[in-house]
Ligand binder design. Structure first.
Ligand code: SF4
Length: 82
């Protein structure tokens, strides 16, 4: 029998339409950063990464909810821990 554990994770991206309000990188500066025009980007290290830390997931979800342009998109994924 397998002892592999299923873990819930998320991937996050920002689609076009950011209005540079600054909210997401104020809420979660580990994941989001301001570009030179003050629009937001997902930091390189999180662009393809599945985030599994529950605290960080909550923060990213909070940032997405706080986004007035609703351009932060979260994809829920299941990860198998081996
Ligand atoms: S919260 Fe939304 S609109 Fe504001 S900077 Fe972040 S992605 Fe852009």
């Amino acid at each position: 029998m397998s002892n592999k554990k299923k873990i819930k994770g998320i991937k996050v991206k920002i689609v076009s339409g950011c209005i540079a309000c600054g909210s997401c990188y104020a809420v979660e500066p580990r994941v989001f950063a301001a570009k030179t025009d003050m629009t937001s980007m997902v930091k390189k290290e999180y662009q393809e990464m599945v985030i599994t830390d529950p605290e960080l997931i909550e923060q990213v979800k909070l940032a997405a909810q706080a986004c007035p342009a609703q351009v932060i998109k979260i994809e829920e994924v299941n990860v198998t821990d081996s």
